[in-house]
Design a protein around this ligand. Structure first.
Ligand code: COA
Length: 258
């Protein structure tokens, strides 16, 4: 179904593995097409409650955009490439279902940008993050200048963007770029543990959290107004009735996602 991704659905969690280990899972056109399609699959498949994005092999999550595809592009083509990457990463960020990055090694350039487009991140002890584009005479093009500032603050982001300095897992945790650092062996298991909890919650309420939290960073929206709207939307769902009734009846809620 996908030429560059492996997918496995278990207990409502779709694990997506970018599978170009000999190229450190670099993002070429095919990976972008597959990522675009897999987000559609996540959004349109009832059995999928949430997803994990990780990389194949023990060395890299994603070592960046595929540099071999940069040769010979003119300015307009380069802008179109950045726009396509940004659109797909927006699609991940705006998915109503949680999509989490399990960073299992290098997350450089487009790899760091992909991880940052996910709703949150975990990483293994050997993970390394960076935006090394200035080494190539470039800047990030898939949202890295924006999301890095949002996630770790302008001062540190400026340093990393301008110096191409790579940070390790512990520094990424300290900076708030990742929520947890695990051993390589337990990375997926730990990520699934968190998603298994989220998957027991009311799906439309989870989607509302994503929408309202994303509005913080969307200049076309007023986040507080978005919160009011999403709060109101919850009140016309069966799940809100079920959640409040279950609480009062001292039993576990059985959410249906409607
Ligand atoms: N695009 C295309 N190919 C890439 C790539 C990328 N971003 N990153 C790695 N590869 C390829 C290498 O060319 C190499 O291919 P080859 O075996 O056919 O020569 C293979 O993946 C393994 O990479 P290699 O560089 O040999 O591994 P390493 O352990 O010596 O170094 C890195 C690992 C991550 C430090 C190094 O690969 C690197 O700096 N990659 C580019 C990172 C980058 O600048 N990303 C931003 C792009 S905008």
């Amino acid at each position: 179904m996908y030429s560059t991704l492996l997918t496995e659905l278990e207990n409502g969690i779709l694990t997506i593995t970018i599978n170009r280990p000999d190229k450190l899972n670099a993002l070429n056109k095919d990976v972008f097409t597959d990522l675009n399609n897999v987000v559609d699959e996540i959004n349109n498949t009832e059995a999928i409650k949430s997803a994990i994005i990780t990389g194949s092999g023990s060395k890299a999550f994603v070592a960046g955009a595929d540099i071999t595809e940069f040769g010979g592009l003119n300015k307009e083509q380069a802008m179109a490439l950045a726009k396509r990457g940004q659109d797909i990463f927006f699609k991940i960020e705006n998915s109503p279902k949680p999509i989490v990055a399990a960073v299992n090694g290098f997350a450089l350039g487009g790899g760091c940008e992909l991880a940052m487009a996910c709703h949150f991140r975990l990483c293994s002890e050997n993970a390394k993050f960076g935006q090394p584009e200035v080494n190539l005479g470039l800047i990030p093009g898939y949202g890295g200048t924006q999301r890095l500032v949002h996630l770790i603050g302008k001062g540190k982001a400026m340093e990393l963007l301008m110096s191409a300095h790579m940070i390790d897992a512990n520094e990424a945790k300290q900076l708030g770029l990742v929520n947890y650092v695990t051993t390589a062996e337990s990375l997926i298991e730990h990520t699934k543990k968190i998603l298994n909890i989220i998957n027991t919650k009311a799906p439309l309420a989870v989607a509302g959290c994503i929408k309202a939290a994303n509005a913080v960073f969307d200049e076309t929206k007023n986040g507080f107004a978005e919160e009011i709207k999403e709060f109101g939307n919850c009140f016309v769902t069966d799940d809100m009735k079920e959640g409040t009734t279950a609480f009062l009846e001292k039993r576990k809620a059985d959410f249906k996602g409607r």
